[in-house]
Design a protein around this ligand. Structure first.
Ligand code: SF4
Ligand code: SF4
Ligand code: FES
Length: 401
């Protein structure tokens, strides 16, 4: 057994300000637990022994029901899946990282526990997931859309054709990814990682008959698949390995490569611009990205849409900031040719990667296959092609990221 301090972010809506503060505040509690027990066990000990008014939501205590989502030491996670000993180590490490010279408090730094982010708080650690999570899950039509009369028994499909969506089926709707999502902080209207992972559950299902309609909807929604900034936060937060960002990338791939949806958000053109610039220049030349994204194939070949012109104009302040900070080259240096920062024969190497990708187009799914299968056999190693990913793709299913 060991002693820990839980520093809990509290909010009690009924508080009158006399005995309990109005608004949010921090409160420390000491708990006595085996280090292998969970942060949730610690919170329940507080509620049992010290303060029965502590609001915390839980049910299974086994990372199955998805109801105990919180932030521990600032990271969105499940309280029942986080061992308190590990949380203590993290809390200490964070302080040591911030203040190298500071001596840790005897018994360790407080473990902070907060309600999930991007959601209104109802009470203490209990958040309202309706508007930020469930409404968005409903937004993506989370059920199978078929045609015709239902079959006498079930709709039978080959097991292989379901392999690709296994990962999304593992979601327990805990909301940890929503809590961690940086795009949702900037745009609360973003459909979000959990709901989009759920959308891929049906886009990737061979029994669904409205794949194209679903993809058009999600690509053209200003808060849809192109609102994700590819920050990986949801992948880190997800306690079930769903990797929501990967599912969003699969949706994008299906929308662009499979359906060729030239969407109103310019996502298709932006993605194509990335690929084209890197192939041509050997690296991402940000100074070309705006023009290629909004007026793809400029130099008179394509006339940009009105929405693209609007996007281009509204991006000017970003471009100026990019030039000022050195992220983008200035217009005077916007000349054709190799990027000045590209070393040696790197451009040729990049070209070889493109050629290799064209020749050996592979779809891999680490969740299904496991990373060890990506290790090439010694006699299969190909030093001419150092980018070889290896591994077999599922026989059917969508592309992976
Ligand atoms: S990768 Fe996309 S969906 Fe995931 S947290 Fe970042 S912005 Fe949100
Ligand atoms: S994708 Fe992961 S983090 Fe997001 S709701 Fe599902 S299980 Fe929770
Ligand atoms: S209590 Fe069910 S997931 Fe934590």
């Amino acid at each position: 057994m060991a002693n820990y301090t839980l520093k809990v972010r509290r909010y009690q809506p009924e508080a009158d300000g006399a005995e309990v503060p109005q608004g949010a505040y921090w409160e420390d509690f000491r708990v006595d637990l085996d280090p292998t027990l969970s942060v949730l066990d610690g919170l329940l000990q507080v509620r049992d022994r010290e303060d029965g008014s502590l609001g915390v939501r839980c049910s299974c205590r086994a990372a199955i029901c998805g109801s105990c989502g919180v932030k521990v030491n600032g990271q969105s996670t499940l309280a029942c899946k986080t061992q308190i000993g590990d949380a203590q180590t993290e809390a200490n490490r964070a302080v040591e990282g911030r203040h190298a010279s500071r001596t840790l408090r005897p018994g360790g730094e407080p473990i902070t526990v907060e309600p999930m982010g991007n959601m209104p708080v109802i009470k203490d650690l209990v958040t309202d997931m309706e508007s930020t999570h469930w409404a968005k899950v409903r937004r993506v039509t989370p059920w199978l859309l078929d045609d015709g009369d239902p079959p006498e028994r079930e709709r039978v499909v080959p097991p292989d054709s379901m392999v690709d969506i296994t990962q999304t089926i593992a979601c327990i709707q805990c909301g940890a990814c929503v809590s961690a999502c940086l795009s949702m902080e900037a745009d609360p209207g973003f459909i979000g990682p959990a709901a989009l992972a759920k959308a891929y559950r049906f886009v990737g299902d061979p029994r669904d008959v409205q794949t194209t309609e679903r993809l058009h909807d999600l690509a053209n929604d200003p808060h849809g698949i192109y609102d994700c900034t590819h920050c990986f936060a949801c992948i880190e937060a997800c306690p079930k390995g769903v990797a929501p960002m990967d599912q969003i990338m699969r949706l994008r791939r299906a929308a662009t490569a499979d359906e060729e949806i030239d969407d109103l958000n310019n996502g298709y053109r932006h993605e194509a611009a990335f690929t084209k610039i890197i192939e041509k220049k050997g690296t991402l030349d940000e100074s070309l990205l705006l023009q290629e994204s909004y007026a793809f194939g400029l130099k008179g070949k394509l006339i940009p849409r009105l929405s693209a012109i609007k996007g281009l104009v509204t991006s000017i302040p970003t471009a100026i900031r990019g030039i000022r900070t050195g992220k983008m080259r200035s217009l005077s240096k916007l000349i054709p040719g190799v990027h000045e920062k590209l070393p040696g024969d790197a451009q040729e190497s990049v070209k070889r990667i493109y050629e290799h990708a064209e020749e050996h187009h592979q779809q891999i799914n680490l969740y299904v296959q496991g990373e060890e299968e990506l290790e090439p056999e010694p006699d299969e190693e190909d030093t001419d092609h150092p980018v070889e990913a290896g591994g077999e793709a599922p026989e059917s299913g969508r592309p992976d990221s």
